[in-house]
Design a protein around this ligand. Structure first.
Ligand code: SF4
Length: 204
C-alpha cells in the first residue's frame, strides 16, 4: 500500500512509523502544519521532522511555507464557535493531506495526530473520513495512542527535540500565561457554580 502519513512533528511520528512498518507498510511522511508558530518553533519542528525521517530512512515531503497570517485569519472567526479553532486546524491539515494523497497517486492517507493523547481523536477521525470521501482516496484509520509511552521512549533514543505546546500561538499562551490560567480557573468555577445551582433548582 502506498500510504501518505501526515506528520505533525518528529516525536509523534516515532510510534506510528514503527507500527506501520511492522505491518509491512512503508509510509511517506508529509509535513504540512500551518498551525505552528512562532517562526523559530515552526522551523525547529520542520527540521526535527526531517531529522527523524533521515534517522529512520523514511521518505518525506515537506511544505515549507510559514503560514502565520493565514492561520490567524482563519482562527479568529473560528474562535466564536465552541472548539472552532481546533476544528479549523484539523480540517485544514487533513484536507490538504487527502488532496495531496489523491493528486500524487497514494492509495491512502493517515496522520500522526492519531497518536496524540491530547488531540480530539474522534473529531479528527470524522474529519479525515469526510475528506477521504470528498477526494476519493482511502483514509487508513489506526488508533496509535496505546503506543504513547513507547513513542516518547523512541524519540528520546533518537535525541529528537520535543515541543512543549500544541502548536499555534494561542496554545502557546494557554501553556505559559498565568493570566490565561487564572481566567480559565475563574470560568470553570463559574460554570461549576451554575451547574450546581441548576441541579439544586431541579431537586427543589
Ligand atoms: S491548539 Fe493545537 S490543534 Fe488546536 S488550533 Fe492550536 S495548534 Fe491546532
Amino acid at each position: 500500500m502506498k500510504l501518505l502519513l501526515h506528520m505533525c512533528c518528529g516525536p509523534c511520528s516515532c510510534y506510528p512509523v514503527k507500527t506501520l512498518r511492522a505491518q509491512g507498510i512503508e509510509p511517506t511522511g508529509f509535513f504540512f502544519n500551518p498551525n505552528i508558530h512562532p517562526y523559530k518553533e515552526w522551523k525547529h519542528r520542520l527540521d526535527t521532522a526531517k531529522e527523524f525521517a533521515a534517522k529512520v530512512g523514511m521518505e518525506i515531503i515537506t511544505d515549507e511555507h510559514y503560514a502565520l497570517h493565514e492561520f490567524v485569519r482563519r482562527a479568529i472567526p473560528a474562535e466564536s464557535q465552541p472548539n472552532g479553532r481546533c476544528t479549523m486546524c484539523y480540517t485544514w491539515r487533513l484536507r490538504e493531506t487527502a488532496r495531496y494523497a489523491k493528486e500524487h497517486g497514494y492509495d491512502a492517507f493517515t496522520s500522526t495526530l492519531f497518536y496524540s493523547i491530547y488531540q480530539q481523536h474522534d473529531l479528527m477521525r470524522r474529519t479525515a473520513e469526510r475528506f477521504a470521501v470528498a477526494y476519493g482516496v482511502a483514509f487508513r484509520y489506526e488508533d496509535f495512542r496505546p503506543g504513547w509511552q513507547e513513542g516518547i521512549d523512541i524519540s528520546k533514543e533518537l535525541d529528537l527535540y520535543r515541543q512543549p505546546y500544541c502548536g499555534c500561538i494561542f496554545s502557546e499562551e494557554e501553556r505559559y500565561s498565568k493570566e490565561y490560567l487564572k481566567r480559565r480557573r475563574k470560568e470553570n468555577r463559574a460554570k461549576k457554580r451554575a451547574r450546581m445551582e441548576r441541579e439544586q433548582q431541579s431537586h427543589a
